[in-house]
Design a protein around this ligand. Structure first.
Ligand SMILES: [Zn+2]
Ligand SMILES: [Zn+2]
Length: 144
């Protein structure tokens, strides 16, 4: 399934406030946020009733709930929230290579899991590749 193409601007004051009050949040909240306030929905394509979702910051402690930005609508009609949510507990086990891939989405997200989503725009938005394209692949992003 292709990745949802929704992009939105994160209100940095909201994100910072959430990071500062986050249980197990980063030591330096202001440096935890991306330099650009724009985020991409990370989910697979979904219907309009489902909220778009983008990871703002993982917790410092592995497996603790991470900070996500959820939104619906666009422009002045946009409704958003910044919340801590647990990770999706799903794992993809590859017996041939004895590897385990954890879903990089939040708990109770819409189908499919992160390894089922391909990102057609990631390379374009990320700009020139520095350490290869792997880092831009949501399937390869390590879940803390
Ligand atoms: Zn979306
Ligand atoms: Zn999942």
């Amino acid at each position: 399934m292709l990745q949802c193409t929704a992009v939105t601007e994160v209100p940095l004051s909201d994100a910072l406030t959430a990071l500062v009050t986050m249980d197990g949040g980063p030591d330096d909240p202001s440096s935890a946020l991306a330099p650009t306030p724009y985020v991409l929905c990370e989910l697979g394509e979904h219907d309009a009733r489902t909220e778009h979702a983008a990871l703002l910051s993982p917790a410092e402690v592995p497996h603790r709930p991470a900070l996500w930005f959820f939104w619906t609508g666009d422009g002045t009609d946009r409704v958003h929230r910044v919340v801590n949510v647990p990770w999706c507990p799903a794992v993809l086990r590859t017996f041939a290579t004895d590897s385990v891939l954890q879903c990089a989405f939040f708990d109770r997200h819409t189908a499919p899991h992160s390894w089922g989503v391909t990102d057609p725009l990631g390379d374009l938005i990320a700009g020139p590749a520095t350490s290869g394209d792997v880092a831009n692949d949501p399937k390869e992003r390590p879940q803390p």
